[in-house]
Design a protein around this ligand. Sequence first.
Ligand SMILES: NC(=O)c1ccc[n+]([C@@H]2O[C@H](COP(=O)([O-])OP(=O)(O)OC[C@H]3O[C@@H](n4cnc5c(N)ncnc54)[C@H](O)[C@@H]3O)[C@@H](O)[C@H]2O)c1
Length: 343
Amino acid sequence: MSIPTLSPLFFSTSEDLLHHIKSLQIPRSVYICDNQTQEHCFAPFFSPAQQEVLVVHHGDEHKSFEYLEWICKQLLLQSCGKETVLMNLGGGMVTDLGGFAAAVYKRGLSYMNIPTTLIGMADAAYGGKTAINCAGVKNSVGVFHPPSQVLIWDGFLQTLPEDHLRSGWAEILKMLLLFDAKLFHECTDTLTNLNNPGRFLRKALELKERVVQQDPYEQHYRKMLNYGHSIGHAIESCSGYHMSHGQAICLGMQWENHISVKCGLMTAERCRYINGRLQLLFPEVKHQWELHSLMSALKNDKKNQRGALQMTLLRDVGMAEIAISVEESIVKEVCIQMGASGE
Ligand SMILES: NC(=O)c1ccc[n+]([C@@H]2O[C@H](COP(=O)([O-])OP(=O)(O)OC[C@H]3O[C@@H](n4cnc5c(N)ncnc54)[C@H](O)[C@@H]3O)[C@@H](O)[C@H]2O)c1
């Protein structure tokens, strides 16, 4: 069974994007934004007076059952039928939440993703994964439900704060680390023009598309893309979502590289090289972690098998291995080495 996924469409101006949406002649559309994308992306470009819009509060802690219920109730109150198309205009928080609402409302609506963050453009908007967080565990409730279209205009990035731009670059670097050694090196050499991701964004998406087409439901090959995410999600949850997703993933990749060394997969020299390059993206990290909280978040990771920790680890750039069972003691050792405290 395959997910029918149309390739993401790129637009060079906001007018082109709006013209495309208009040409689709959607019978009824409801935009989902958060309060920041409503202000910076919806109000200036989308003729707000003529559109139906639902605005949720920004922040990953609101990718929740409460907001899922709120969206569904609003759709019911406004008598939205199966013909309604949800237009998710925002970062990964909005596209994950709006995509999930589309999946479950009246057993499934069509939806489109219009990503406004670099993470959204490079990763979250495309691929059909939708989810909310539950009991502090990232993306623990969700389904595969692909958007009918992903519409990308990188002009939205002009108002995105720098830490969120860096966050998006972390996902681009992850794709390059997994598949393209030369481009990874080149990209980390030229990380200056942060809001102009250009060919690196297109390459990251092209690589993701290839993986998703091959394994849409993450039965095997797509697990590659979870590199950095076992530790990364634990770090993100334990920061109370105060750390950006990309920064957590960037740290997750570095910590997992240390785990890979301890598992005998990566050499210490390659770990130094890759981590040194990744640190260029977030040179300063000022966070404290409790070992106990990290370990309990990790134990709920979706990739685990029968309670045993499983990770995607890198041997080298372009050489990932999926479903590696990792001893808890190794993970604890690395967490402590990287600054986690307590038992
Ligand atoms: N479904 C997937 O495959 C997938 C992949 C990667 C990440 N994700 C999810 O994506 C989320 C992280 O993505 P994110 O960083 O885009 O988060 P986000 O949606 O929370 O956006 C980050 C912040 O930027 C603001 N913002 C968004 N666009 C803006 C703009 N153009 N101008 C000004 N401010 C803007 C938002 O309001 C928010 O405060 C996480 O929940 C993660 O789990 C999902």
